[in-house]
Design a protein around this ligand. Structure first.
Ligand code: GLN
Ligand code: ZN
Length: 756
C-alpha cells in the first residue's frame, strides 16, 4: 500500500485571508498577533486536510508569510548588510528584504524578485557575499514542527536543497563563483539535518528542482558533493524534483545516496520506469501523478491501471503525491461559485487534488471506492464528449492554416512608407502603451455593472465619458498616436477571456504570485472562438473623437495562453493558434472600422520559454507563428504594434524580429537604454519605442531626462525608426503624475525634432 504525501499546499487561504492579514499588518491596521493567528489557522487547516486525506505525515515548512526562498535565506542567516542595522527585529527584517519596508525599521532597497522556474510565482533572490558566512536560525522551522506535533501530527519537513538555493542566489557585489560557498553551506545543512534528527524527524523532503535543468558540469558535481556530504546525517532524504523530467541528470540522481527520489510524472512522462529498474532495495520512489500546475481532474482509472503493478512491487516504498507543490493552483473548489455544474465537475483545485491522491491510495490498498471512481469517470466522459469543448469549425480553420496566413504580403521596408503617409506622423512620434489611470470611479463603475446594478446603456455612457476624457487629455499633452485608455478592462487577459468562447473566468481561483499578491488565471476549457467583436466599438468611439490616429489594443495569443490555466487535452500550440485566429478576426474588424494602428501586447512571450534550452526553438516557432497569424490579416498600410515588458532580449532576438511587428515598444528606462543594445547588435530592422518613463515609480521624468535617454537611443537606432513612449501601461498611476509626465514626454519629442 503506497504512502500518500504532499510536496506543499497553497498558503494564501481559501478567501485570501493571508493576503488581507499581511496588508493590514503592513499598513498598520492590525498588529503582529492577528497576522500570526491567521497564519497559524491556515497551517492548521492545511495539516488537518492532509491528515483527512490519508497522509501519515503532514508537510511542514511549506508555509511562508512571504516566500519560501526568503525563509531559507533567513534560516541560513543570509541577510544582506543593508538590513543588518538593528532597526527592526528579524520578523520585520524579512519583510524589509522582501518589500524594502516594514512597520519597523529603516526602509532599504528590497532584494531582487524573480520568477520561480517556469511558474508565475516570484521568489526573492538570496544575495551572497564572496566571504558569506552561514549562521543557522532554525526558529521558524522548529516552531512549525512543534506546532504540528502539538496538533497531533507526524511531520515531514520540507527544505529547499542547498544546490537549488545556491543556484537561485545572486552575488551581492562583484561576481564570484557561488560554488565556492558550497562547503560552508553544506556544513549548515548538515547541522540542520542533525538538529531535525535530534527532534525525532525521520524523513525530510529536500527540493532540488534544478535537476530538471541543463546544468553546467560544475553544478552537477555540486549535486554529487552535496548529497554525499548530507548522507552523513541520520535523517532520510527524499530528493524532490519537479517542473519536468530529469533527462541527462537522471543517472546523476540515481547515483546519489538518498533514501528516496520524487519525480514529476506529469511532465517527466515515463522516465520513472528507468528509475524503477535501478532503484535500490531500500529506496523509496515518490511519483507526482496529480498535476500541481493545472486545475483539471485527473484520470484516476488510467492512473490506477498504471500504478497497480508498481504498488504491488514496491508496497510502502511507493509514495504518491502531486507533481509539484500545490502552491501553483487555487485552494479549494468549494470556495468557487463562478462555474456551471458541468464545467465545475471537470475541475480540481488544491483540496480536490488531495482527495484524488487519497482515493488513489485507498483504491491501491484494496478499499472499495467504486462510487468515487465512477463519479470521476463520469466527469471525464462529460468533458471528453462536451459540445462546449469541441467546435468543429474552429478545428477546421486551424487545419486549413498555412504559412501565408502568417505573412504580411509586403516586407517592412515597403510597408513603412505606406504607413507613414497614411498616419502622417512626425519624426520621434509619441504614444503610450495603452492603459491610463484606473481611478476609483472607473473601478466602481465596472463593479456596479458586473453586479447588475448599472444598466448596460448607462455603463457604456460612463465608459465613453472616460474615453472622451482620456482622448482630450492626450491631445492636451500633445501626443501623436492616442489610445482609448482601457478603462473597461479589469485585466488584460481576463477581459478577453470573458468574451471568448472556450474560456471561463473563476471568481475565487486565486494563486499566489508574490507576497500578498495573487493572480486569477482564466480557464481555457474548450476550442476558442470569438462570437462577437470585443474591442471594436470602444476603439471606433475613441477614433470618432479625434483627428489623430487611435491605436487599437489587444492582448496577444501567447500572453493569453501563458496567463491562463490551459486545457490538457490539446497541445498548447493548438490552443494558441485558436486564440490567434480569434484575434485575427478582431484585428481585421478594427481595420475595417478605420483603425490604422493596432497593438498586440505580448509581454509573456519570453516567460513561455521552456526550462530546457533544447526546447526553445520549437516553442519560439509556434509562438511567433501564432503572433503572426493574429497580426497578418491586415493590409500593408495598417500599422501593427507589439509591446513587451522588462526582459532580456539577447538570446531571443531572432524570434522578436521574426514577429515582424512594424513597431515594438519595450521597457528600457531603468536599464538606461541598455536593453536596446540587443536590438542594435541584431540590427533589428523595424521601428522601436524604447520606454523613457519608468511607470513603476511615482516620479515625473523631466524633459531633459527624456531627451538624454532618447539621444542615447538615437546613437543605436536611426531616428526615423524611433518612437517616444513610457515603459508600460499607466493604469497603476495617478493622473497627477501621468499628465505632467506625458507633457514632458511630448515636449522632449518636440525638442528632439528641432535638433534633428
Ligand atoms: N496594454 C497594456 C497596458 O497598457 C499592456 C500591459 C503590459 O504590458 N503588461 O496596461
Ligand atoms: Zn508592459
Amino acid at each position: 500500500m503506497p504512502v500518500i504525501h504532499s510536496l506543499g499546499l497553497p498558503r494564501i487561504g481559501a478567501q485570501r485571508e493571508l493576503k488581507f492579514a499581511l496588508e493590514d499588518y503592513w499598513n498598520g491596521a492590525s498588529g503582529r498577533e492577528s497576522l500570526l493567528s491567521v497564519a497559524r489557522h491556515i497551517r492548521q487547516q492545511n495539516w488537518a486536510r492532509q491528515r483527512a486525506a490519508g497522509q501519515p505525515r503532514v508537510t511542514v515548512n511549506d508555509f511562508s508569510l512571504y516566500d519560501q526562498v526568503l525563509d531559507h535565506s533567513l534560516l541560513l542567516g543570509v541577510i544582506p548588510q543593508r538590513f543588518r542595522d538593528d532597526s527592526s527585529d528579524i520578523f520585520d527584517t524579512g519583510f524589509r528584504m522582501a518589500r524594502g519596508r516594514a512597520p519597523s525599521g529603516t526602509p532599504r532597497r528590497a532584494c531582487e524578485m524573480t520568477k520561480w522556474f517556469d511558474t508565475n510565482y516570484h521568489y526573492l533572490a538570496p544575495e551572497l557575499e564572496a566571504e558569506q558566512a552561514f549562521v543557522l536560525d532554525p526558529s521558524k522551522l522548529l516552531a512549525e514542527i512543534t506546532e504540528a506535533r502539538d496538533a497531533g501530527h507526524a511531520v515531514k519537513p520540507v527544505l529547499i536543497g542547498p544546490v537549488t538555493w545556491l543556484w537561485l542566489a545572486r552575488c551581492a557585489a562583484g561576481e564570484f563563483d557561488r560554488l565556492q560557498l558550497l562547503p560552508a553551506l553544506l556544513d549548515s545543512y548538515l547541522q540542520l539535518l542533525e538538529l531535525l534528527a535530534g527532534q525525532g524527524v525521520d524523513w525530510v523532503q529536500i527540493d532540488e528542482p534544478v535537476l530538471v535543468l541543463e546544468l553546467p558540469r560544475a553544478w552537477r558535481a555540486a549535486i554529487e558533493d552535496a548529497y554525499r556530504a548530507l548522507a552523513a546525517s541520520p535523517v532520510r532524504l527524499l530528493l524532490t524534483t519537479y517542473f519536468g523530467g530529469l533527462g541527462d541528470n537522471l543517472d546523476l540522481a540515481l547515483s546519489l545516496p538518498v533514501a528516496g527520489l520524487h519525480l514529476d510524472r506529469v511532465r517527466g512522462g515515463e522516465e520513472y520506469r528507468r528509475v524503477l529498474a535501478e532503484l535500490r532495495d531500500d529506496q523509496v520512489l515518490s511519483l507526482g501523478v496529480i498535476d500541481g500546475r493545472n486545475i483539471w481532474r485527473a484520470d484516476l482509472a488510467a492512473l490506477l491501471e498504471e500504478l497497480q503493478p508498481l504498488s504491488q512491487r514496491l508496497g510502502e516504498r511507493l509514495w504518491l503525491s502531486s507533481s509539484c507543490s500545490l502552491l501553483h493552483v487555487p485552494v479549494d473548489l468549494e470556495a468557487e461559485d463562478a462555474f456551471d455544474p458541468e464545467l465545475r465537475s471537470w475541475l480540481a483545485y488544491g483540496a480536490q487534488k488531495l482527495d484524488e491522491l487519497h482515493l488513489l491510495g485507498e483504491a491501491l490498498a484494496g478499499r472499495d471506492v467504486a462510487d468515487a471512481l465512477a463519479d470521476n469517470a463520469r466527469a471525464l466522459a462529460s468533458r471528453r464528449g462536451s459540445e462546449r469543448v469541441h467546435r468543429e469549425e474552429v478545428r477546421q480553420r486551424c487545419r486549413r492554416l498555412s504559412l501565408v496566413d502568417g505573412e504580411r504580403g509586403l516586407p517592412y521596408g515597403e510597408r513603412a512608407p505606406l504607413q507613414r503617409s497614411r498616419l502622417n506622423l512626425p519624426l520621434y512620434p509619441t504614444t503610450t502603451i495603452g492603459s491610463f489611470p484606473q481611478t476609483a470611479d472607473i473601478r466602481r463603475t465596472r463593479a456596479q455593472f458586473r453586479r447588475g446594478e448599472l444598466p448596460e446603456a448607462d455603463y457604456v455612457e460612463r465608459m465613453q465619458t472616460e474615453i472622451a476624457d482620456c482622448i482630450a487629455r492626450q491631445e492636451a499633452c500633445g501626443l501623436d498616436m492616442l489610445v482609448h485608455g482601457e478603462a473597461e478592462r479589469n485585466d488584460m487577459v481576463e477581459y478577453f477571456g470573458e468574451q471568448l468562447q472556450g474560456y471561463a473566468t473563476s471568481r475565487n481561483g486565486w494563486v499566489q504570485s508574490y507576497g500578498s499578491r495573487c493572480v486569477k488565471p482564466p480557464v481555457i476549457y474548450g476550442d476558442v472562438a470569438r462570437p462577437d467583436a470585443m474591442t471594436v466599438e470602444w476603439s471606433r468611439y475613441a477614433q470618432s473623437l479625434t483627428s489623430r490616429p487611435v491605436k487599437g489594443m489587444l492582448t496577444g495569443p501567447v500572453t493569453m495562453l501563458q496567463w491562463s490555466f490551459v486545457r490538457d487535452d490539446l497541445p498548447r500550440e493548438q490552443t494558441c493558434l485558436q486564440i490567434a485566429l480569434a484575434l485575427r478576426d478582431e484585428v481585421r474588424e478594427l481595420e475595417s472600422a478605420g483603425i490604422a494602428a493596432i497593438q498586440i501586447d505580448e509581454p509573456a512571450i519570453r516567460e513561455g520559454l521552456p526550462l530546457r534550452r533544447s526546447a526553445w526553438e520549437p516553442y519560439l516557432d509556434w509562438a511567433v507563428y501564432a503572433f503572426r497569424v493574429a497580426a497578418c490579416g491586415v493590409g500593408p498600410a495598417t500599422q501593427i504594434h507589439t509591446h513587451m515588458c522588462y526582459s532580456q532580449f539577447n538570446d531571443i532576438m531572432h524570434a522578436i524580429a521574426a514577429m515582424d511587428a512594424d513597431v515594438i515598444t519595450i521597457e528600457t528606462s531603468r536599464s538606461n537604454m541598455q536593453l536596446l543594445e540587443a536590438f542594435t547588435d541584431f540590427e533589428y530592422p523595424n521601428e522601436i519605442g524604447p520606454g523613457v518613463y519608468d511607470i513603476h515609480s511615482p516620479n515625473v521624468p523631466t524633459v531633459e531626462q527624456i531627451v538624454v535617454l532618447m539621444r542615447r537611443a538615437a546613437e543605436r537606432v536611426p531616428a526615423e525608426r524611433l518612437w517616444v513612449n513610457p515603459d508600460c501601461g499607466l493604469k497603476t498611476r495617478g493622473w497627477e503624475e501621468v499628465g505632467p509626465s506625458l507633457e514632458n514626454l511630448a515636449a522632449a519629442a518636440r525638442q528632439l525634432r528641432s535638433e534633428a
